[in-house]
Design a protein around this ligand. Structure first.
Ligand code: FES
Length: 118
């Protein structure tokens, strides 16, 4: 168990960034649901806390990929529409994994991550 912050630090519809060891953790609350994940976008590493919510997803500010806040799954990729002159250099660049999620627990004195963050 690792205490991250006070319960009151996380407001509804917010995403907050915390540095724990060498990792950046995002703790957010949407529709009363608390969640935590790595703050690094699995696509190309942008800071996810700069993103926005859309439905049950967090939307990365960099290329608008969307990740479900319950499962961490990539649910929507930007449509990379090609113009006639576009030459694809490397399709692998578009690929993305899912969010690395952390289980949370709310206690009287704060919000805790259930796993140790290295
Ligand atoms: S870095 Fe997040 S969508 Fe590309």
């Amino acid at each position: 168990m690792f205490r991250v912050c006070k319960v009151s630090d996380i407001k509804e519809n917010s995403m907050n960034r915390f540095v724990i060891g060498k990792k950046e953790i995002l703790v957010g609350k949407k529709d009363g649901k608390l969640f935590a994940c790595e703050n690094s976008c699995p696509h190309k590493g942008a800071s996810l806390h700069k993103g926005v919510y859309k439905d049950n997803n967090v939307v990365c500010h960099m290329h608008s990929y969307e990740f479900d806040i319950d499962s961490g799954r990539l649910t929507n990729m930007k449509s990379w529409k090609k113009s006639d002159t576009w030459i694809e250099q490397n399709q692998a660049w578009r690929e993305s994994g899912d969010l690395v999620m952390y289980d949370t627990e709310i206690r009287e004195d704060g919000i805790y991550l259930k796993e140790r963050v290295e």
